[in-house]
Design a protein. Structure first.
Length: 220
């Protein structure tokens, strides 16, 4: 006679509304037809964002260390006045984080139209920030400051360019979500993807504040 051993049932941790890792509720139809009904699925979007942010942090820490060492071992470091538009660009990026939070709040209230509106504004502000960074490069070029002009200018271009590329990645995800949600209501997976994108966006915001302070210190 065969017997079946039944282990203790383990309850999944509750979903967190603050954008942290955990589990997401799957509504009917969200499981791709693999079981139907409500269920629990590990939030792969949030996990992927946290895993991706680790090498990004390490990359910029490495650049910071290289800049400190480069300035300390030579006497050819020439400080240059930072472009004035950086202040406006920072304000725009901070505003985009606020609008993203408004989108997340609207999502919790199941106000799909408001979510679409705030997400669209966030994407527009992100585009405006990137355009402002290009204008900052143009202002430096007008002063005769280019990538190879001085070690200080080289680091400025490298830091702002790499930050812009990473932010562009977040914008790509944001624009993709915008296109998808214009046609249908939010599913559990899309809500999870929006939360993960918001976390990454705020991370890019904080990273830019750090880089700006770094540039202000080393370009005095």
């Amino acid at each position: 006679m065969s017997s079946t051993l039944v282990g203790p049932e383990i309850e999944a941790p509750p979903e967190t509304d603050g954008g942290g890792s955990g589990f997401i509720d799957l509504e009917p139809g969200d499981d791709g037809g693999r079981g139907g009904g409500k269920g629990r699925q590990y939030d792969l979007y949030m996990t992927g964002v946290w895993v991706f942010m680790i090498p990004v942090v390490m990359f910029f820490v490495g650049l910071t260390s290289a800049m400190i060492v480069r300035k300390g071992i030579s006497d050819d470091w020439i400080s240059t006045r930072l472009p004035g538009i950086l202040g406006l660009n920072t304000a725009v990026l901070l505003a985009s984080s606020v609008t993203f939070e408004m989108a997340r709040r609207a999502m919790k209230e199941a106000a799909d139209n408001r979510v679409r509106g705030w997400v669209g504004i966030t994407a527009a502000l992100g585009t405006l920030f990137l355009a402002g960074q290009l204008l900052a490069w143009k202002q430096l070029a007008a002063q005769g400051v280019f990538v190879g002009t001085n070690p200080s200018s080289s680091f400025f271009y490298i830091l702002t360019a790499t930050h812009g590329i990473h932010l562009l990645g977040g914008m790509t995800a944001l624009l993709y979500l915008t296109i998808r949600i214009l046609r249908r209501q939010f599913s559990a997976r899309r809500r999870s993807a929006l939360k993960a994108t918001a976390v990454y966006w705020h991370f890019m915001d904080a990273l830019w504040i750090y880089l700006l302070l770094l540039l202000l210190i080393f370009w005095r």
